[in-house]
Design a protein around this ligand. Sequence first.
Ligand code: SF4
Length: 568
Amino acid sequence: MLGGHLSDEPSSELPHGEPPIRVMAIHALEYCERLFYLEEVEEIREADDRVYAGRKLHEERVPKLDDDSRELRSFEVSSDELGLFGKVDAARVRDGGWIAYEHKKGRCRRTKDKSKTPGVWPSDRLQVAAYAMLLEVQISKPVTEGRVRYHQDNVTVSVPIDQSARADVVAAVARMRALRRSSNRPPVTDNEKLCRRCSLRVVCLPEEERLASQPPQERAKARLFPARREKRTLHITSVPANVSRSNRSLVVEVDGDKKRMPIEQVDSVLLYGGAQITSQAVQMCAWENVSVQWISGGGRVLGTLAPPGRVRQRIRQFEALRDANFCLKLARQTVNAKVQFQLQYLLRGTRGNESARSSITKDIELIKDAITKLNKDGDQETLDRLRGFEGIAAKAYFGSFSALLNERVPESLLMTKRTKHPPRDRLNCLLSFGYSLIFGLVNRSLLAVGLDPAFGYFHQPRSAAPPLVMDVMEIFRTLLWEMPLVGSLNRRQWDEDADFEIRPGHVWLSDEGRKKAIGLFEKRLSESYQHPYTGQSLEYGRMVELEIRLLEKEWTGCPNLFGQLRIR
Ligand code: SF4
């Protein structure tokens, strides 16, 4: 059923400058108004297996236009008056009249009685009616029938193009125009079954929104967000190395050795140092929404291939993050999450080790005190005060960091104090490189989700670093890097000579060390963690995208889901 909370009288007039809408969008509208909005207004499209299967069907089974004037196949139609455009699968003359045909891969609808008579689904009826009306305009002849062919059932169902069908198409166009003018996403559908088959469930996160209205003890686990990364990140660390394109694959060439990787299996290409990539490969990555990042040998992100801007999403982001109180609330959530991680990790990492625990008691008390103060809801709260508490906690945390390392870790891998630009010892070098990996991951995830990394809520635009990346990565530092790094140090996985390059005033990772750090990070991304809010167990590599989508929900009507991650 079409919804009706936005008033817009059906009209056959297309307002000046308003572009027509593709007929396929009617399908999304009938399925779920939110799906229509995400696809047609925000231009978010994720082709899942069913969508690909449908496309393939159209490509394979519908031949191209031929010269037979009594049969037309796969041709474009449009009408400014109707406000629609699209591609008709086929049109044929039967009994002297033209009929529009629509091909569907799936099954037809059946009556619930014993006869199980085949019928059309409401969205298919509207779609074929729209094509019939466009066909009329195209051929200047009346079209009174449409037919939908359901290939899985091998059944063709007739649809009368009567006044009722025409009125429904006009109403659908009016509704789509009204939604297109709105700057708010429609709510998630009440029909949970629709979400299970929806291609945009990963973007929409309907379960997470529904959970927000349920008491914690009654919450079921969210299941629709994919728990695992299905694609791989290509880290090109060797020099010389070249990435090129061959058909639908990326070809990585190192020292004459070539490896092909189908583009469907890649989520990002990261080029370190002087690694090269061809324009053709970059173009394919842009087309397939595969992120490309150029990274210096020291781990600094130099640039990211940005997908075309999601204008509505960004406008909503800008509007929300212009509100100082709203930014303060998000900043508190973020700092709270970060400092809680630091406290919990120090407690966990020294559990059962009395001497280590007693050596850091003072720092633990300082961090606890910072948490208490930053959670006090005072009128005096400012971003600067939050920064102050964050700074106190960070100083105490890194002051106690060595207590997390066991006696097998050599002196050369310990830290006297945190030094960043540049790192002056091996441990600082490892910390900085890992943070830069998180920075790159958050940066490309923000772009993939459709947010502008340059517009944040906590960090100020004082350097080239995009503030929103700096904001979001705060909640991942301990979880994604400090914890696995400490584990690897305690297992003596680092070679104090071969893995580092010691220069006057700074320490870099060697090629070997860089590869090792990337391997450790990727391994961490493939480990699982149960999200404390959604109850879902998912890989850390999926967690970053989920948190960014939950962040966006802070300003799209479902707040307080972001930044709830904690160490168990
Ligand atoms: S996931 Fe559900 S609510 Fe979201 S767009 Fe799809 S059908 Fe609609």
